[in-house]
Design a binder for this molecule. Structure first.
Ligand SMILES: NC(=O)c1ccc[n+]([C@@H]2O[C@H](COP(=O)([O-])OP(=O)(O)OC[C@H]3O[C@@H](n4cnc5c(N)ncnc54)[C@H](O)[C@@H]3O)[C@@H](O)[C@H]2O)c1
Length: 254
């Protein structure tokens, strides 16, 4: 799908990988809606790319529908959804104090990263399926953001890995489901990227993380994620696939 002129939605668009994706889409001529629960940062990014900020919580159907309505009113119906919003977590299943990990923590992470992603996907897909196909036969395309932790999760990453593994697992069946509606679905599994999350770690920790990446031995740039995300939109034969973007990194147990 040609990006220029299309209306696009980016969840998590207020920060990090989502922000870079929103900026790249805008640079390529898309009309971008920044969907994020951080109102202040969403407004800032949207203003800088002449887009629209739509504050929402991806786990809350009412707020997502309101955001989709606001985005459609500003830009027309969206054919591109970049699901980038997500949270991290680290909790050992049996803590150092011998107590079991709090179940609420596992539920919270899976609810945002996996259930929230599915919620966005279903609400977007139902709207997109009603649109006419473009000249190339396509109606829409969406992307999920998993993580290499879906495959090689580290100590303490059960909730995060389960949530990202869930996105990986539903990529193909969702692509199969949505084939009849001419909507493609792909997932990117990033390695270690230089986003606010990692940039807040001490310099020495950042360097040791970077050194663990075979090549290039540096953290990924958010712009590199954004380039791949936009390539998935433009390459009409990419569908039902999960792509690692990690410099050949395979995470160690800890
Ligand atoms: N940075 C990395 O190295 C890395 C590696 C692998 C995967 N990822 C994944 O990439 C995505 C983006 O990560 P990032 O590093 O850019 O993080 P980030 O914290 O910089 O950005 C995440 C954004 O998502 C938003 N968000 C969180 N929960 C939300 C909700 N319920 N509703 C709406 N918005 C919500 C936040 O407000 C924030 O703006 C995440 O899904 C993360 O798991 C990141």
């Amino acid at each position: 799908m040609k990006i220029e002129g299309q209306a696009a939605l980016v969840t998590g668009g207020a920060s990090g990988l989502g922000e870079a994706t929103a900026r790249e889409l805008a640079r390529l001529g898309a009309k971008v809606a920044v969907l994020d629960r951080n109102a202040e940062l969403a407004a800032k990014v949207a203003a800088e790319i002449s887009g629209v900020a739509c504050v929402c919580d991806i786990t809350d159907t009412e707020s997502v529908n309101a955001a989709l309505d606001k985005a459609a009113a500003a830009h027309g119906p969206a054919r591109i959804l970049m699901n980038v919003a997500g949270i991290g977590s680290a909790k050992r299943i049996v803590g150092k104090d011998g107590n079991p990990a709090p179940l609420e923590d596992f539920v919270r992470v899976v609810n945002i990263n996996l259930v929230g992603g599915y919620n966005m996907a279903r609400l977007f897909a139902a709207r997109c399926a009603k649109l006419d196909a473009l000249d190339n036969g396509e109606k829409g395309v969406m992307l999920f953001t998993a993580s290499v932790a879906a495959f090689d999760g580290q100590v303490g990453q059960q909730a995060y890995s389960a949530s990202k593994g869930g996105l990986v697992g539903m990529t193909l069946p969702m692509a199969r489901d949505l084939a009849q509606h001419a909507i493609r679905v792909c997932t990117v599994a990033p390695g270690l990227f230089a986003t606010p999350l990692l940039m807040e770690l001490p310099e020495a920790v950042q360097q040791s993380l970077a050194a663990s990446i075979p090549f290039p031995p540096r953290l990924g740039k958010p712009s590199e994620f954004a380039e791949l995300a936009c390539h998935i939109v433009t390459n009409g034969h990419l569908n039902g696939e999960v792509i690692r973007l990690d410099g050949a990194l395979r995470m160690a147990p800890r």
